[in-house]
Ligand binder design. Structure first.
Ligand SMILES: Cc1cc2nc3c(=O)[nH]c(=O)nc-3n(C[C@H](O)[C@H](O)[C@H](O)COP(=O)(O)O)c2cc1C
Length: 395
């Protein structure tokens, strides 16, 4: 029986080409992109550079993974793995070469991969994420497959959560806004990231209310009938001012407050249906960390921060429908929301700035969410603008 089997999954894998011969004197090394993982009952070796995967059929093949990772000849591999013959070691190296997951090491200890300037810029997780969330480098189901439809109900479009303390928010008159707002082009041309605020006149609770109303409120709900594998269900979807794949709107908005006129410092959840805030907690250690993290990312100090908008995703809401691309789409949604927030803040003469990273572990602890169910995927800072003569930005 074979120690491992090669499973091509792409038309670009040349099945007619001969498997590369293994030179007994040659040292071979595994690609740093190759990985071994469990998929149901199968142990697989996969690699985002490859058009084929390897299915492990014997424990020696899995043990060999760790040895080829350091670089070895067929003889060294056979010596290092209990119960592996030279013939078996040659078979494993041959399969890794054939799948494009291992390469010959030159006299200086380099492989073509380690010398490739373009590939060097790719980190393992980024290339895997790219290859696995786009078509072309895998044959797993992808797209709106409704993969959990027959197993459980879709999580609701609005997070079901009750808070002891809720704060109703100001609802702006949209006709008034339409009559007085700057034009889209004026807003686009004026938009910039502003990280310094007017501490004498901080952002107000009403401004925060108008901002959230214009960015994130739920405008409408409706039901989509679904029929898959003989099962009929209805899924509630929504409409908000920004677009979202499948109208699913898996995102939640939280507001971390350091300084806001009319709102105590702490962490709040935005209810987009009732347009109100629910108070998650006051100024806990985790909330301090979230504020400090925003200050660090913007090269400012925590006491100067006003408001942070933290975007989370309720992962199951989205992964219920989409296979392979779910997380990638959630990040695209974060980008959609960032731009919407930039434009609305600019139209309102507020100071907006995106933030490139945040601490999802600390957020989950601060808000009391299950990390795997809902945690932060994006952060954005908001505050009051300084008078024009004192304003400065990176531009
Ligand atoms: C996704 C994203 C992440 C960003 N991350 C940060 C950040 O971590 N810290 C920061 O000070 N600015 C951040 N910014 C703001 C950019 O630095 C800013 O957009 C860029 O310098 C261009 O300047 P402008 O927005 O004023 O046109 C981010 C912007 C975006 C869209």
């Amino acid at each position: 029986m074979a120690l491992l089997t090669l499973e091509p999954f792409s038309d670009y894998f040349d099945t007619d080409a001969e498997a590369p011969a293994v030179d007994p004197a040659q040292t071979y090394k595994l690609s740093r992109f190759a990985y071994l993982h469990q998929d149901g009952d199968d142990t697989l070796i996969e690699c985002p550079k490859s058009y084929a995967r390897l299915v492990v059929q014997a424990p020696q093949a899995a043990a060999a993974f760790g040895v080829v990772g350091k670089g070895c000849t067929a003889e060294e591999l056979a010596e290092a793995v209990d119960g592996l013959t030279l013939e078996g070691a040659t078979e494993i190296l041959g399969a890794l070469l054939h799948a494009g997951m291992a390469e010959a090491v030159d006299a200086d200890g380099n492989t073509p991969e380690s010398q490739d300037q373009v590939l060097r810029s790719w980190e393992f997780h980024d290339l895997l994420f790219h290859a696995r969330t786009r078509d072309g480098r895998h044959n797993y189901p992808a797209g709106g497959t409704y993969r959990f439809m027959t197993e459980f109900e879709s999580p609701p479009p609005v997070k079901a959560v009750a808070f002891e303390e809720t704060i109703p928010l100001f609802r702006p008159d949209l006709d008034e806004i339409i009559a007085h707002d700057p034009t889209l082009t004026e807003v686009q041309e004026a938009r910039q990231s502003v990280r310094h605020y007017d501490r004498e006149k901080p952002i107000t609770l009403d401004q925060l209310g108008e901002f959230l109303y214009r960015v994130a409120r739920i405008v409408d709900f409706w039901q989509l009938p679904l029929r898959r594998q003989g099962v009929t269900k209805r899924m509630t979807v929504a409409q908000r001012p920004y677009p979202s794949g499948g109208a699913l709107y898996e995102q939640e908005f939280y507001v971390v407050v350091n300084q806001c006129d009319g709102l105590e410092s702490g962490l709040y959840h935005y209810d987009p249906e009732r347009h109100q805030l629910g108070r998650c907690c006051g100024r806990t250690e985790e909330v301090e960390t979230l504020i400090a993290r925003m200050a660090w990312a913007s090269n400012t100090t925590p006491e100067t921060r006003q408001v942070g908008i933290i975007l989370t995703a309720r992962f199951q809401r989205f992964a219920w429908k989409y296979a392979s691309i779910a997380y990638a789409l959630m990040l695209k949604h974060a980008g959609v929301v960032y731009q919407t927030m930039y434009l609305v803040a600019t139209a309102m003469n507020l100071a907006p700035s995106g933030i490139g990273n945040g601490n999802s572990e600390v957020f989950a602890r601060a808000a009391g969410t299950n990390y795997y169910e809902e945690t932060s995927i994006g952060e954005f800072m908001l505050g009051s603008k300084l008078p024009p003569e004192q304003m400065y930005s990176l531009r």
